[in-house]
Design a protein around this ligand. Sequence first.
Ligand code: CA
Length: 417
Amino acid sequence: MPHQFPRRTLALIPLIMLAACAQAPAESLPAPTPASAVAPLAEPTPSFAQWRQTLREEALTSGIDAALFDRVMADISPDPAVLKADSSQPEFTRPVWEYLDGAVSGNRIGRGRVLLAQHHLMLQRIEQQYGVDAQILVAIWGLESNFGNNIGSHSVIRSLTTLAFEGRRQDFWRTQLLAALQILQQGDISAESMIGSWAGAMGQTQFMPTTYNQHAVDFDGDGRRDLWNSSSDALASAAHYLQASGWQTGQPWGFEVRLPDHFDYSLADPQERRSLAEWAALGVRPLVPTGAAASARAELALPAGHRGPAFLLLDNFRSILRYNNSTSYALAIGLLSDNLMRPTEVSGNWPRDEQQLGRSERIELQQLLTLNGFDPGPADGIIGANTRKAIRALQLQLNWPADGYPTRQLLLKLRQR
Ligand code: CA
């Protein structure tokens, strides 16, 4: 799901999986943490009725019609299943290669090719208007909702009400709920038909309500922005959102590369952006024809560490991350879109024998790094930029390949110290 702010700033760690969604929070992703989302310190908890009254005042102040609010919110009660989904912190997430196996499956590629041909003219018009390649849009469609076949079945108003009332990051959800009410007021959809994921991601491209308000478009010209029932509205809206996220027409998202022997793996870091010409001078070789300008800038990514495949990621990869801030997701979009055009296998071998660290082990790794004088940031089980940097510093000390990737071997080593 697309959202409003860069959903998370977690860059290249593959550990992250998620149900696609333009910007809905998924536990495995670092949550957006605008200052406003910090939970207030213990205040007496209002009853649901009191809470709804305060929300009503705020909604009316922001221009929501009283009759609409009262009708839509009349029978709404918090949904325990949504709360449970919000609070679950899974111990294990799928490794990137397993995620890609499912996301870029033969079935999805086959279905995507059929739809690409079927909707050729509509996609061409979208491409002309927004400058985003058809195959990227079809890939997003495929991952977000299995091409419109899986748009979720939760009442969006009820889910968002639950999360805004008692979820984590209540301010974030409250903003989304108010945006959902605005969408109803605009007449794009009825409250009964406004269904989505448990986290309020809506329609064939799984837009969060704030993203919807900003970026959804009525492309089929029926006067309504209908991301549930109109594929052309949904795909054009995704294109509009990517365009607003800095999409560069004609540039690839990235491509797989081969690294030279004795490569300095510490260059595989989002901070180390270089032009393709500079990467070439370092011996980094594309494994596929790229069609990218030598001056285009890219970062080098090793989604499964130095033993796995390597990719150069261009600016358009960042635009996909704006849609859904998971490296695995963005990689899946890129690889799926390539495969919609022509068969494109990843050449490097994923380290499928490697046992992924669970959440509690990642936390232990961070704690041990701190104990040993490194600075991985808070021990939250999320391998972000600071943790990668700390891992890299330890790897350099050990004279191991400094790819910043958390392995079981490294955890064992730390336990022995
Ligand atoms: Ca429409």
